[in-house]
Design a protein around this ligand. Sequence first.
Ligand SMILES: [Mn+2]
Length: 473
Amino acid sequence: MTLIFGAGKIGYAVALVLKKRGKEVVVIDKNMQALNRAESIGCKTYNFDFTKSFNLIGVNISKFKEIIITTSDHKVTIDALKISRELNKEALIIINAPSSEHITVFKKLGADFVVTPDRSMAQIIINQLELSTYWRNKDLLKKLLEKSKSLAIVMHDNPDPDAMSSAYALKTIAESMKINADIYYGGEIGHEGNKMMVELLKWDFKKITEHKKYVLREYDKVALIDMPNLSNTTIFPSEIKPDIIIDHHYTEEDKIGAEFVDIRPKVGATATIMTSYLRDFGIEVNELLATGLMYGILVDTNNFKRNFEKEDTDAVYYLKPRINKELLNIIENPNISSSTLDVLSKAINNKKIYDKYVISNVGYIEKKEALSQSADLLLKLEGITVSLVIGIIEDHAYISARSRDQVIDISRVITKTFSKMGSAGGHMNFAAAKISLGAFSYTEDKEILARIVGDTISEYFFKTLKLNNKGSI
Ligand SMILES: [Mn+2]
């Protein structure tokens, strides 16, 4: 039950909304005409002149859960607040004040919230501003796409679910405008879950190597999606200027030269931004795309345990009725093949822990994806912030590393250590390297070779970590 002091414009407006929501509302005022209006919408009313007496016997203030004070006289508001708090310690008390100057006084006297026109208006204007910016963005993107016949969308190397679903969303928008759109990536789609996602959602991505990157020149427009840094891709020719950039990471300045830039650094996932575009473009999001975008948001926000904004929850709310729950469940919990399981168990058995680092050498393996899964698994160990797993396929050693350490950029450590011996790269939290075993070919015995390789790699890795601790890399 709600008690409202004052049946003027605001008191009446609040009462009307509460009545529409089926609430019981009691209104107090000295003005009979105002009270009659409140009564006509079903409120119970009391006629009191607060300026003369505060005799509220009969109203039974202690029984109300919410008390809203909308009187226009400052002194009356203070008296109403004092008596309400005195007679009811539990109620939520909200005050409508003409300006912000008395907020502190009201709060000291026990008000829970003070609403003022200046602050409320400012909030409404800010909301409108944000909304209008998004609409403007949508129009700009539309205009830019309308001018083109073909669009290349480039994801970062080893694309993750956020990049893949966002790229597919942009492709869907482009295709709705009869534009031919293709999605490109370098590296591998590694994780079982990510591979499962691409297969189940029937997504068609074009994998190219650095040598083939000039196909991108053949397109009218090129878009970079979910790409914080050009060093995250090996397939983007440096002389091409991107036309479209959509991302949720802080992005380096020289990329901003694009014709269309929408970067929202506070948002948890690019998939959130793309969901808002699909909605604003009025494009029906099919089950497969909705499921992919939902998975992208869940992964990038770590199931809403990492940073996220209202926009992210809005996107989830929008996607929720459109997703296929069974598909999402399969993608989130992919089956593990028995060969992967073997590698995972080797990674656990062979693990060596040094302080907060864990290293494991799994020896000869069939598929290198099992390495990244092993590194993920070992990172879950209590007290561990960096994991590194080493495996051999034919005549190459593969390294997969993970970090959740605030001060260790694992990509820098791995690149610094192994780029001279082979190829290496990654992000802040994960990295990989590939090294030819040519230098070790003097060893014939495979088991010994695997051990020597593992020991050498660990040794180099720790050397760099020491440099990192001293702040010299
Ligand atoms: Mn992302």
